[in-house]
Design a protein around this ligand. Structure first.
Ligand SMILES: [Zn+2]
Length: 352
């Protein structure tokens, strides 16, 4: 039996599952605001993993990922502790906004402090109550509003434990990503808690493909860490051989106008290839948007109305085109769940 686990003054003993409302500052109406946390404490000791979403309040795909994760029957037998925080930026979530009411970006406000700005206080609370109690973390994000990301993991691949989690997530795109100052990932790293970021889809939308890949990814990490049992050999999926993206670049609009995209997210592209065309409202004055390097489209705009200089496509560079093509193929044509995960999830909406 592991030790009792305490968050927000509430103790969750081995074998218990509890939902805790972590008090945060009141709304301006003086209505109390709390952060919902669910803790599942296995009977056997093991890693303590937090999974959070909506650090950016409008990035809601991860909320659904956590919701579905928590329905999995397999969690009854976990080793260690799962700490699920579906909505971190509760203020942004209720106002459909990325940032807090003080306009600060929570993911640039870590580590924050108990006497700092609103965002700084939330960062500090998350670090002291959640991160400090955990050994590993998964931070779920989406692209910004009108910006779509192909399902991808961002992580520091030079750190062994982080790289192990990144690969176990099982999406074909793994991006080696430096630490951004003020981010949760950086603050957790300073406390020796490895954190990977899952980026998929866009803000204020549910994307069924991205959600399913996310649930499967978190389960994959939990298995790798020994928190969940490996599936039987017959049911085990062939691991995807991910492509490791070491650098990326944004392609910007060469002129203002209306963009017609010529390639989808996740497609391999060649230097000089056509990514799209920008024209005026009559379809005249067409200018091609050309790809600056060989790579893969890892993100892009969903908004066809563009100004000169707008970021249109995010291109990742990697090595080994054949491996990449195989990995993407396997991922997109895979039965989305192995049978073992299916029973509690069979009322899912179709991928449309
Ligand atoms: Zn985000």
């Amino acid at each position: 039996m592991g030790d009792a686990f305490t968050i927000g003054g509430v103790t969750v003993s081995p074998g218990q599952r509890k939902t805790i409302d972590l008090p945060f500052v009141d709304l301006s109406l003086k209505t109390p605001m709390t952060i919902p946390v669910q803790v599942i404490h296995g009977r056997r000791p093991g890693p303590r993993l937090f999974v959070n979403a909506a650090i950016h309040g409008d990035e809601i795909n991860g909320v659904e990922i956590i919701c579905r994760l928590l329905k999995l029957g397999a969690l009854k037998r976990i080793r260690g502790v799962l700490v699920a925080v579906p909505v971190v930026n509760v203020f942004g979530f209720v106002s459909l906004s990325r940032n807090l009411p003080d306009r600060r970006d929570l993911n640039r406000s870590f580590p924050g402090s108990a006497r700092g700005s609103l965002a700084g206080r939330l960062a500090n609370l998350f670090l002291s109550e959640i991160v400090a109690n955990c050994t590993h973390g998964i931070d779920l994000h989406t692209g910004a509003i009108h910006r779509d990301n192909y399902p991808q993991i961002r992580a520091n691949l030079d750190h062994g434990e982080t790289a192990r989690m990144a690969l176990a997530f099982g999406v074909p795109l793994v991006i080696n990503s430096g630490f951004r100052e003020g981010s949760l990932r950086e603050a957790a790293d300073r406390r020796d808690v490895p954190v990977i970021v899952y980026e998929a889809s866009e803000a204020l939308r549910f994307d069924e493909f991205a959600i399913r890949a996310g649930v499967r990814g978190v389960v994959g990490v939990m298995r790798e860490l020994g928190m969940l049992r490996e599936p039987s050999r017959l049911r085990k999926r062939k691991p995807v051989e991910p492509m490791l993206v070491r650098s990326s670049t944004w392609v910007r609009a060469p002129q203002s106008g209306i963009l017609r995209r010529a390639v989808a997210l996740g497609k391999l592209v060649k230097k000089g290839g056509r990514l799209g065309v920008i024209a005026d409202p009559f379809g005249g004055n067409e200018v091609e948007v050309l790809c600056p390097a060989d790579g893969i489209v890892i993100g892009g705009t969903n908004l066809p109305l563009v100004h000169e200089g707008d970021a249109l496509y995010h291109i990742g560079r990697f090595e080994g085109t054949q491996v990449a093509a195989r990995a993407m193929d396997a991922f997109e044509n895979d039965p989305v769940y192995e049978e073992e995960l299916a029973p509690t999830l069979d009322d899912e909406p179709p991928i449309v």
